[in-house]
Design a protein around this ligand. Structure first.
Ligand SMILES: Cc1ncc(COP(=O)(O)O)c(C=O)c1O
Length: 431
């Protein structure tokens, strides 16, 4: 994959590689490597493209877990996105960026009483209850705070979804209430005095890579919502996120054309949605921010061992763990310092003492790749920095930078290994 195929904000000329018109060399001079760089224009393009292909009734809530950097949240807020959050910490990020409470939905298992209390007091769009135990806790905490709280029940569907990379439906799950127990749960929850049951939420999969699979998932959500609606009026249907982006040449861009009309038809066919004036909430993460990000490291060494050629970089997999977590995962890796056409296959390893620490194996790179070159892991804007285990081996934690129309700023500064030490205490008695 070439950088220009991933985003038209990425370009190379004889002055080197640029992001949104900003020279990579200028950024790394200030931040050092490794560093995460996000292009704001790519996020705007993805959001606008998706928005244009959705009916008005469908609202976009950004799944903040994909990239919770405040600057990324700010960009999406300004485009009109609501927020899908999964912790009290993410709720604090919403306060910080002044996200309107009616645009925040709180999903996720094992919420603490403190987290529920904050959400109850803020009066957010909905708390997605993952079990009846959680429904009871929301009811009790709402009563203690003299509130009535809007909730959705998260349902674990019976039917699995086709054409997705990670499926989260069709079997036992720690997420949500099993579909076969839904009616009982609806009847119970709608009888509680401090609960306002507004609808249903389903997150069936991530990595949905075809329009048909996406529509199939929506149809399943509407089917479940229509059963729910027989027992309690559905005013909100959360249809999850999970829209994929291509990570390699063999993967197609998700085709959105025609989606708007197809969704409008489906909404019309499910008459209760228009009758109840129900909202449909789509909560993508990866699709909105994935292609905006590059994880840049520097080549420190090049060597060969028993027939395998290695390039070793100062940025390891500890800052981009998904490459090690999900078997078979690959992201485009490009030498940003050279354009030599002669290619050789290299294994690209980082500085971590673990056999998992490879950014890629058998990656085709210019044959003259060498010390000092900048190596970019692309499509790193979602589940990149945030999913890292940054303190492993006590390296500095990379800075995060945002580039936008010829300018850049350090959105989160590099954290030096000395700073970790200041956070620790050693008792004298340990001597
Ligand atoms: C409840 C929920 N909503 C939305 C998302 C976002 O998924 P994606 O980034 O694949 O769009 C996730 C991801 O795990 C999730 O758990």
């Amino acid at each position: 994959m070439k950088p220009e195929q991933i985003s038209n904000s990425f370009s190379s000329d004889r002055n080197g590689f640029s992001i949104s018109g900003v020279k990579l060399a200028d950024i790394v001079k200030e931040t050092g490597t490794p560093v995460y760089i996000y292009d704001a224009q790519t996020i705007r393009r993805q959001y606008n493209q998706l928005r244009a292909n959705l009916p008005e009734r469908v609202e976009i809530f950004y799944a903040m877990k994909a990239n919770p950097l405040l600057s990324v949240i700010e960009i999406l807020k300004n485009l009109g996105a609501g927020m899908e959050i999964a912790s009290g910490g993410e709720l604090k990020r919403c306060y910080n960026r002044a996200i309107p409470s009616e645009k925040i939905a709180f999903t996720g298992p094992a919420k603490t009483d403190e987290e529920i209390k904050e959400a109850v007091k803020m009066g957010i769009y909905s708390i997605r209850a993952e079990s009846l135990g959680e429904v009871n806790r929301i009811n009790n905490i709402s009563a203690q705070n003299n509130r009535r709280t809007e909730i959705e029940l998260r349902i674990n569907p019976l039917k699995g979804i086709q054409n997705a990379i990670v499926k989260m439906s069709g079997g036992p799950s720690k997420f949500g209430i099993d579909e076969e127990k839904m009616i009982e749960a609806v009847e119970y929850s709608s009888g509680l005095p401090n609960i306002d049951l507004k609808g249903v939420h389903i997150f069936a999969a991530t990595g949905i890579n075809s329009r048909e699979a996406f529509l199939d998932n929506v149809a399943n959500c509407f089917r479940i919502a229509s059963i729910f609606n027989k027992y309690s009026t559905v005013r909100s249907i959360g249809i999850g996120g999970g829209l994929s982006i291509p990570y390699r040449d063999s993967e197609q861009e998700l085709q959105l054309s025609g989606l708007r009309q197809k969704l409008e038809d489906m909404i019309h066919q499910n008459g209760f949605i228009e009758k109840n004036n129900a909202k449909v909430i789509l909560e993508p993460g990866r699709y909105l921010v994935g292609q905006s990000g590059i994880y840049v490291s520097r080549v420190m060494d090049r060597k060969s061992s028993r027939g395998t050629k290695y390039v070793l970089t100062d940025g390891g997999v500890h800052n981009i763990l998904r490459l090690a977590l999900i078997p078979g995962t690959q992201q485009p890796i490009i030498n940003l310092s050279r354009s030599d056409v002669h290619e050789t296959k290299f294994d690209i390893g980082g500085p971590i003492c673990s056999s998992l620490d490879f950014l890629g194996k058998e990656v085709r790179l210019p044959s003259n790749t060498n010390e000092g070159d900048y190596m970019g892991v692309f499509c790193a804007g979602a589940y990149g920095f945030t999913e890292g285990m940054h303190e492993f081996l006590s390296h500095d934690i990379p800075a995060e930078v945002v580039a936008d129309s010829g300018k850049y700023f350090i959105a989160r500064k590099r954290k030096s290994s000395e700073e970790f030490l200041k956070e620790q205490t050693v008792l004298m008695e340990l001597k």
